[in-house]
Design a protein around this ligand. Structure first.
Ligand code: ADP
Length: 160
């Protein structure tokens, strides 16, 4: 049986935490779609095209994944692709409440959808795109959090 999963998020921008999860998911599943939210409820620093491009560049070496944009409900995107597993990351206990609510809401909307949670390496368990952007805007060196080219794009964007 061919098992596929969708890993949705805003990826604004992709971090080593996201990449850690993508690699773990790609080990477990035959195919993984990394689904980039077009209209995230969060105001994003990068456009959806930029977020997709950065993900593509950062995941070049991983063969069994594909990066795609999605708009609207993730369960509709999952149905369209005939995939019933969503991957989400759990970093800290603080992620748990929101992630549980979202997983149960998605399940209520579509009983066939399962959410699988993966934990990143503890090296990345504190890392979030939001904190990363805050640190970068204050001039921190973020090269241990994101690939070099992402750090450069962050600096360029924040300098404008
Ligand atoms: P969203 O806007 O949907 O929360 P994010 O791009 O912030 O999307 O994150 C997408 C998913 O990746 C979420 O499940 C989040 O918990 C997970 N994630 C984000 N950063 C990390 C990290 N450092 N380690 C593991 N998972 C992470």
């Amino acid at each position: 049986m061919n098992r596929s999963a969708i890993y949705p998020g805003s990826f604004d921008p992709v971090t080593y935490g996201h990449l850690d999860l993508i690699k773990r998911a790609a080990h477990i599943f035959d195919h993984v779609i990394v689904a980039v939210a077009l209209n995230s409820s969060k105001k994003t620093l990068f456009t959806s095209e930029e977020r997709v491009e950065m993900l593509k560049e950062a995941t070049k070496g991983i063969k069994n994944i594909r990066i795609e944009l999605f708009d609207g409900l993730i369960i509709n995107f999952a149905r369209k692709n005939e995939i019933n597993v969503l991957i989400r990351g759990l970093r800290m206990i603080s992620d748990f409440e929101y992630e549980l609510q979202m997983a149960l809401t998605n399940r209520r909307l579509d009983e066939s959808i399962e959410t699988a949670f993966l934990m990143p390496s503890e090296r990345y368990s504190f890392l979030s795109s939001t904190l990363l952007k805050e640190a970068a805007s204050l001039g921190a060196d973020v090269s241990s959090f994101v690939p070099e080219f992402v750090a450069r794009k962050l600096m360029e964007r924040l300098a404008c």
